[in-house]
Design a protein around this ligand. Structure first.
Ligand code: PLP
Length: 511
């Protein structure tokens, strides 16, 4: 493709993308295809001769679009959203054009420096404490990771290295000696990462990658699925009894199932109870709900991170208008990361890195090469301004409130199971036969209600008008609805509610 062909193809692709966004609300949100639909449509072998852009684009239309789940549709109310916006797409275009696997400063100084500046912008926009800024005295700073899972696994490796190093040095072994290495390897398997049973599975995966153990703290509906101090203390004490060393704790700000928020203040107080517990690396996973911090009324939550929190991650690619991947991670002390991950082969050495006057982000993440993702964050923050970003968050939280109110208004049919939060409503269909007394407990287990809720959920998704998700919390089958992508609007939320009511009536009549 030469420059003129690129010009024409790019114009045509942009027109097509705009048209896609314009028409996405009318499309069936879930595709009507069966597994394996694509293979018969695509030749077995790559083409021998060059094909035209027109041919390729035609195949996007006829073969790819029918197999898409439309995450940008306002009828998409499943999982958590995956936002994309025009300025973000422009950022991707420039990032591709300036491609450089910018593993160190010298590879592309603008790439590194913009990332540092933009991460400080994000930290300020979220009202994060000063300690997470790159300009802080404590050597904090932010880095863009591929995903929350990468961020969490990276933190666990850094936490493991910090803890084991402290323990081995305390025993009097000198770094670099065989005894030091042997002791480090002896201690590592006794380390335990802790998180609640509502924490995203990436915490357990991170512990696996870090080669350590993992223990869950039980939650329950009586505490709105939040991790509490007393339940955490039990797990810590059990680790002590078993001769295990807790080294990493994930606190979640907006769990995947219900968007519950762990009780940060009381948890941090528990960690002060014993010297060994004070050494635990505390990470806040705010993958989805952390985006709410751009709105002033939620920033009080971030005040809890000023002390006793080592790191914080948030996916701008969920709810904050930047497309996948834009997972921002902030650390209180960058040396904790670079001490763990800095491996400096000769072929990467250069005067700037050697002098320590520049940031080499390869030492802040698992991958070496990295994309120029700061551009799209920069473009979005400038195109929307903080006020535009706040407006998006407030509007979509309000849509969640509208939906929750509608559900409450039909208490004959529905029961809200956890506190609606950050746009997410979690509810179940009531068992029409359930006695009134049983409702004294918070959402008592009820197999009939589970069965009806599951049927309603499956019927709705099989029809593809809207897409919602279900889950099981504390033994209760529930439906989750969250409408927080840039196209979300009240009329779609009301339509979704009407579909749910209609389908519930239909299922109840079949009983
Ligand atoms: N943490 C939470 C709270 C999540 O909800 C999710 C995904 O939904 C993740 C982590 C994992 O995110 P990622 O896909 O960026 O790894």
């Amino acid at each position: 493709m030469d420059r003129e062909q690129f010009r024409a193809a790019a114009h045509s692709a942009i027109d097509d993308i705009i048209n896609y966004f314009d028409t996405v609300p009318e499309r069936r949100v879930l595709p009507a295809v069966d597994p394996g639909y694509l293979r018969p449509l695509i030749p077995e072998n790559p083409p021998t001769e060059a094909e035209s852009w027109a041919q390729i684009q035609e195949d996007v239309d006829s073969k790819i679009k029918p197999g898409l789940t439309h995450w940008q549709s306002p009828n998409f109310m499943a999982y958590y959203p995956a936002n994309v916006t025009y300025p973000s797409i422009l950022g991707e275009m420039y990032s591709a054009a300036f491609t450089a696997p910018a593993f160190n400063w010298l590879c592309s100084p603008a790439c590194t420096e913009l990332e540092t500046i933009v991460m400080d912008w994000v930290a300020r926009a979220l009202g994060l404490p000063e300690c997470f800024l790159s300009t802080s005295k404590n050597l904090g700073g932010g880095v863009i990771q591929n995903s929350a899972s990468d961020a969490i696994a990276t933190m666990m490796v850094a936490a493991r290295e910090r803890r084991v190093r402290e323990m081995v040095l305390a025993e009097g072994h000198k770094e670099g000696t065989t005894e030091y290495e042997e002791r480090k390897m002896d201690l590592q398997p006794r380390l335990v990462a802790i998180a609640s049973d509502q924490t995203h599975s990436s915490a357990a995966k991170g512990a696996l990658i870090a080669g350590t153990r993992f223990r869950s703290v039980m939650t329950g509906l009586e505490h709105n699925m939040e991790m509490t101090a007393s339940r955490l203390r039990k797990v810590l004490e059990k680790c002590d009894r078993d001769g295990l060393t807790p080294y990493h704790l994930t606190m979640t700000f907006g769990t995947t199932n219900t968007c519950s928020v762990d009780r940060f203040a009381e948890i941090k107080a528990v960690l002060q109870e014993k010297p060994a517990w004070q050494r635990i690396w505390v990470h806040v996973d705010a993958a989805y709900a952390g985006a709410s911090l751009v709105a002033d009324e939620w920033q009080y939550i971030a005040k809890d991170f000023a002390e006793g929190v080592d790191s914080f991650n948030m996916n701008m690619h969920k709810w904050l208008l930047v497309n996948f991947d834009a997972s921002v991670l902030f650390v209180r002390n960058r040396l904790d990361l670079t001490n763990a991950l800095d491996i400096n082969p000769t072929y990467m050495r250069n005067p700037y890195s050697d002098m320590g006057t520049v940031i080499d982000y390869r030492n802040w993440s698992i991958s070496l090469g990295r994309r120029f993702r700061a551009l799209k964050i920069w473009f979005v923050m400038r195109s929307y301004g903080l006020n535009g970003m706040k407006a998006h968050i407030r509007k979509t939280i309000e849509l969640g409130n509208v939906f929750a109110e509608l559900v409450r208004g039909r208490s004959d049919l529905f029961e809200i199971v956890t506190k609606p939060a950050f746009g997410l409503t979690v509810f179940r269909i009531k068992n029409p036969q359930a006695s009134r007394e049983s409702s004294a407990a918070i959402c008592p287990k009820d197999e009939v209600a589970d069965g009806i809720t599951k049927k309603v959920y499956e019927l709705i998704n099989s029809r593809g008008e809207i897409f919602i998700t279900s889950t099981v919390i504390d033994g209760v089958y529930v439906i989750r609805v969250v409408s927080a992508n840039p196209m979300a609007e009240e009329k779609y939320v009301r339509n979704a509610f009407n579909i749910i009511v209609r389908t519930t009536d239909e299922v109840l009549q079949q009983k």
